[in-house]
Design a protein around this ligand. Structure first.
Ligand code: ATP
Ligand code: MG
Length: 393
């Protein structure tokens, strides 16, 4: 019920633009109706059982008194005995009622316990090692060694191996659903491989401590997340040692300093829930600044500049590549210009590395790659035409 309400409010824009308000309201009404019916039947049951539980002890006392009075007349019991038994019965009334309450609460508690137990026994907490990468501020080398990964039974990645040398930029290219975001998650150890190893420098990433890992790597996810807070808080995330100069430096590198400077309160401007007051491209650049502010040794960009225009994207990549100290970059990219900026390209299809090499080499030797990049380029040209058309209007 609360899940549906949450979804309806969250997806309000979709619901409204698709004209599905009535259907969404009906979906909510069905669930609300179900909840109401359930509560009514609970009320009915309680209406029957509660009075019964209340009257039972009194009926018992009445029976004791009747039988007792009869046996008293026959001289089988004394007045003292009768009064004692009747008194004991009234004393018993409370515990009997308490048992009723317990029985009534039991199903609810069992259901609650089941939920708590599921949380308490949840597995999958990642064990971290004690390894520390004492090279903060230096670019890291990322190496996938025969990595395979699957969700449940479905294999997503098979025997993936590639290296991003320290300070270099590697573009990850592949059709939709080929496993690019999965590789990004593995690179920053959001998940562990089913087999094979992800190395950071020469250390398997699972041997590093959580703190060292967080200091070394930064992921800018495919879908940016912006907190309902100020620009400053969104960039620093309360990490110690990130001063305002660092925030501005990160914003500059992400080509976000311009729009932040023009906000009414600069760094103190609140950006609204999920960054609602920002444009899509501004949100992406803000999340990129957040990743840069920690001065990571490895930056993983999962299609994280798709909403900024190609010129700005090229400027961002250029400034990242000339960053001082340098940073290692693994970038999931679609635009030909972006891909061409990378030192090397890893091309994947259906979770397997098909080819590795420079953009020019792959264009010359891998037909699938050429097709994909050409298709991207056509889509991009289309979008560029639309943009120009809108500007001309
Ligand atoms: N949480 C999940 N549970 C089950 N399967 C998943 C999950 N996440 C991804 N997959 C599957 O894994 C495969 C690879 O997904 P992934 O997100 O890595 O693709 P991608 O290359 O990033 O695609 P895109 O270009 O569309 O972002 C897909 O077939 C997808 O359906
Ligand atoms: Mg993806």
């Amino acid at each position: 019920m609360s899940a549906i309400a949450h979804e309806s409010f969250d997806g309000a824009l979709v619901v409204k633009t698709m004209g599905r308000e009535a259907e969404e309201t009906a979906r909510f009404a069905v669930r609300a109706g179900e909840l109401r019916d359930a509560l009514i039947s609970v009320g009915r049951l309680r209406g029957v059982f509660d009075p019964m539980l209340e009257t039972l002890p009194s009926l018992g006392t009445l029976a004791v008194l009747l039988v007792g009075a009869w046996r008293l007349r026959q001289g089988q019991v004394t007045v003292t005995e009768l009064v004692s038994v009747a008194f004991l019965f009234t004393v018993l009334a409370f515990p009997v009622r308490a048992i009723g309450w317990v029985l009534a609460e039991l199903p609810r508690s069992v259901a609650g316990w089941e939920r708590v137990r599921r949380v308490l026994t949840a597995e999958g907490e990642m064990p971290y090692g004690a390894g520390v990468r004492d090279a903060h501020g230096r670019p890291a080398t990322l190496r996938f060694d025969s990595v395979s990964f699957g969700y449940e039974d479905a294999a997503v990645l098979t025997d993936v191996s590639f290296t991003v040398p320290a300070g270099r930029t590697v573009a990850l290219v592949g059709p939709t659903g080929s496993g690019k975001s999965t590789i990004a998650s593995l690179a920053v150890r959001l998940v562990d491989p089913g087999s094979g190893t992800v190395f950071l420098d020469d250390t398997p990433s699972h041997e590093l401590s959580a703190a060292s890992l967080a200091e070394t790597i930064a992921l800018v996810p495919q879908v940016p997340f912006v907190f309902d807070d100020s620009v400053r808080a969104n960039v620093t995330l309360d990490r110690p040692g990130v001063a305002d100069e660092d925030v501005w430096a990160a914003l500059r590198m992400a080509q976000a300093d311009g729009f932040v400077a023009s906000l009414p309160e600069g760094l103190d401007t609140h950006v609204g829930e999920r960054g609602a007051t920002l444009s899509g491209g501004q949100r992406q650049r803000l999340t990129l600044s957040r990743a840069l502010a920690g001065r990571p040794g490895l930056l993983v960009l999962d299609d994280s500049t798709s909403a900024v225009d190609p010129r700005v994207e090229a400027a961002i990549l250029a400034s990242l590549r000339s960053a001082d100290p340098p940073v290692t970059i693994l970038v999931v990219a679609y635009r030909r210009a972006t891909i061409a900026l990378a030192d090397e390209v890893v091309y994947i299809e259906q979770g397997r590395v098909i080819a590795t090499g420079t953009h020019a080499e792959l264009l010359a030797t891998v037909p699938g790659y050429t097709d994909l990049v050409t298709a991207y380029e056509q889509a991009e040209a289309e979008r560029e035409r639309e943009r120009a058309f809108e500007e001309a209007l």
